[in-house]
Design a protein around this ligand. Structure first.
Ligand code: HEM
Length: 294
């Protein structure tokens, strides 16, 4: 068995919280991480570290780099790096609030909370536009192969790289599009989730078709809708054995291959973009932080 954090491979939960923490200047990250590793349950809380944190610990995790910001015709893909990222998976919003407090207490005083985003599952894993999300995810062993390192050595095998972007939807703008154009935005039909034969090249699934890349670009997506007052969108989350597959997809979405930008940008845009390394789990089921010298 590859020692992947089980929360990565499990299906998307009903509710979740994304907690981003930043490192306080001079803070003792080592002690805080030891407390977190002892206290966090990897089945329900997925944890990832940014490059700045690995460097602060004096360790460069091979393959962990910064999220590349980019722009295309009329679109921007910002880079907003972070030190520590926690994906709290659950089914009870109150419990998530209290778990957040426990994590914040364990991480203090070295870390302080930078942002919290509350997320949820809409129907059976739909984006707020109503389109089913996650259909073409690899399953079983293929999911593990796409999402986790193998053959990289102890402390690295089973670890995963995650790309996280908070997207803000303009749902009014999307609702104003005729239904055929809505389907063409994704390249799938909302009613039955069937792929359209005549989808335009700007259609999201034509931009990102994982088998169409050379080498093939498979990722394990675990995105969830978010809402906060009147604002809403999708927290896009993709786990990979490296960042290469995500980056190939994002480049094509931004039009860097052929000048065609993804039709998604007509109604939604990324507010954030960050990369994290998710450590593997040890035999006792706790986070294995050997690669960081802990
Ligand atoms: C607001 C942002 C996004 C929304 C609403 C969205 C939604 C969707 C939907 C509805 C599908 C079709 C069903 C499925 O296979 O899951 C899909 C497919 C896919 N999306 Fe996204 N997506 C978003 C952003 C992204 C980003 C940023 C990437 C990567 C850079 C990405 C990568 C993919 C991939 C790889 C597929 C499967 C393509 C295939 O192999 O057929 N998506 N997405």
């Amino acid at each position: 068995m590859t020692p992947v954090q089980p929360g990565i491979l499990a299906p998307v939960p009903r509710l979740a919280r994304y907690l981003s923490l930043e490192l306080v200047p001079g803070g003792d990250a080592r002690e805080a991480l030891r407390r977190l590793a002892a206290g966090v349950e990897p089945a329900s809380t997925v944890l990832g570290l940014g490059r700045s944190l690995a460097l602060a610990l004096g360790r460069a995790v091979p393959g962990l780099r910064d999220f590349p910001g980019r722009s295309g015709a009329g679109i921007e893909v910002p880079s907003t790096p972070g030190a520590l990222w926690c994906w709290l998976r659950g089914a009870d919003r109150g419990e998530l609030v209290h778990r957040t407090r426990t994590i914040e207490a364990a991480a203090a005083p070295a870390f302080v909370t930078a942002a919290i985003v509350d997320a949820f599952q809409y129907e059976a894993s739909r984006d707020l536009t109503g389109y089913e999300d996650g259909t073409e995810n690899p399953q079983g062993d293929d999911a593990v192969a796409a999402a986790a390192l193998d053959g990289a050595g102890p402390g690295l095998d089973g670890s995963s790289f995650v790309a996280v972007q908070q997207w803000l939807h303009d749902l009014e703008r999307f609702a104003r599009l005729p239904p055929a154009e809505q389907d063409a935005t994704f390249g799938r039909r909302r009613l039955d989730n069937q792929e359209m034969d005549d989808a335009p090249p700007s259609a999201h699934v034509r931009r990102t078709a994982q088998e169409s890349f050379d080498p093939e670009a498979f990722v394990l997506r675990r995105s969830m809708p978010w809402a906060d007052g009147a604002r809403a969108g999708l927290v896009f989350v993709a786990f990979g054995r490296s960042f290469d597959a995500f980056e190939a997809q994002m480049r094509r979405m931004a039009g860097e291959e052929d000048g065609i930008t993804d039709a998604l940008f007509r109604f939604t845009r990324p507010l954030t973009g960050a990369y994290f390394w998710c450590p593997p789990v040890a035999h006792d089921g706790r986070l294995d932080l050997r690669a960081l010298g802990l």
